[in-house]
Design a protein. Structure first.
Length: 368
């Protein structure tokens, strides 16, 4: 059996169907072909205006002339599958070729997803109502599949609640997620009609986060991103980050102004100061003044156990990013991501040795 067969068959269709299209290729061949395909596709769809803006930013940082910066960005795209955002955010301009080769880039991450996850099972992660039903034992909160309920069922659900969380069924990056105060609406009928007009997918009760995380930032639920990977030996945790809200917004996503910090997998303590998409470093939370590095994540062992158990539910999805909230009683799943973000893995303040995460992936995936 070629080296890649074991890796790829487990992501094929279940129920006795064995995909054999990779029989003549080993995992390294598949990985390299996937990278090349992605690079060519990106070249055709690239935002060249943003590319040249990035060239200007790097020129301003390094003083290198623009043609040299552009040539280096193109070279990194071809050699490492790095997009121009990878080049800027991971500061490829400060890395040696050997260091660059250790980074999980955009094309590497997308190729891993193609190798490890079966698209037929994306539906259990893409749609929140399907995710909540599939992973019901890990949700631990009341929720409604809003398009499927009546006005009377909605009225019964909100009875006694001061606020609710509403989400689109297939939104990403925190888009469309809102916390609504019931008293802000003249009637339940008016609120129900508004949610219908907004095409809301899921309505759920408000989570109360653990006091330790609430002290850090009380304006949003600060969630953990735990990434698991499955191979022939079972489930493993690749890495973990705490995502921290900022600016008083009700969500903690990076695209909504949030920040992030890596967590030591053994101890559950935050390893480094937080960092955000604007390349700003935070030793303390700007709104609460709480020191970030060294903070202990509550119920850490339970968090890890939750994610490893969740990874068993849909084993055809072997590379998943789990968003976890920690309540005073237990950790609970917020959502699962079948295309785990790779850009928070390797930010400069979190990689003082300038070594990326690809060696960590190689501990669990052959041929990459």
């Amino acid at each position: 059996m070629p080296a890649g067969r074991k890796l790829l068959q487990s992501s094929a269709k279940p129920l006795g169907y064995e995909q054999d299209c990779w029989a003549d290729y080993n995992a390294k061949d598949v990985f390299l072909m996937g990278k090349l395909s992605y690079i060519l596709g990106r070249a055709l769809r690239m935002d060249y205006g943003e590319l040249f803006r990035t060239v200007g930013v790097v020129h301003g940082i390094t003083g290198r002339n623009r043609p040299a910066v552009l040539a280096d960005i193109v070279s990194c795209g071809l050699r490492y599958g790095a997009g121009f955002n990878d080049y800027l955010l991971c500061e490829f301009y400060n890395l040696t070729p050997e260091q660059r080769a250790t980074y999980v880039t955009r094309s590497v991450n997308n190729t891993l997803v193609q190798m490890l996850n079966d698209p037929e099972y994306y539906k259990y992660f893409d749609y929140k109502s399907a995710f909540y039903s599939t992973f019901a034992e890990f949700i631990s909160r009341e929720w409604l599949d809003f398009p499927a309920i009546s006005k009377e069922q909605f009225a019964e659900f909100v009875k006694g609640k001061d606020a609710i969380i509403v989400k689109p069924n297939n939104g990403t990056g925190g888009k469309g997620v809102e916390k609504l105060t019931i008293a802000d609406y003249k009637s339940i009928d008016m609120l129900f009609s508004k949610l219908k007009e907004d095409n809301i997918g899921v309505v759920e009760e408000v989570l109360n986060q653990h006091p330790g995380l609430n002290e850090l930032n009380p304006y949003s639920v600060n969630t953990l991103r735990i990434v698991t990977i499955r191979n022939e030996t079972g489930g493993h945790i690749l890495y973990a980050h705490l995502r921290i809200g900022n600016g008083g917004r009700p969500v903690d996503n990076l695209h909504s102004g949030g920040m992030f910090a890596p967590i030591d997998l053994d101890t559950g303590r935050i390893q480094y100061p937080a960092y955000d998409k604007d390349r700003k470093t935070y030793e303390k939370h700007p709104m609460t003044g709480v020191t970030i590095q060294g903070m202990q994540i509550p119920l850490w062992e339970q968090v890890k156990e939750l994610c490893l158990k969740a990874s068993e539910v849909v084993p055809q999805m072997r590379y998943v990013g789990w968003d976890v909230a920690v309540t005073p009683e237990r950790p609970v799943l917020v959502e699962g991501n079948n295309l785990p973000g790779y850009d928070i893995l390797q930010m400069p303040p979190h990689t003082p040795d300038k070594i990326g995460m690809l060696p960590r992936f190689r501990e669990f995936v052959d041929g990459i």
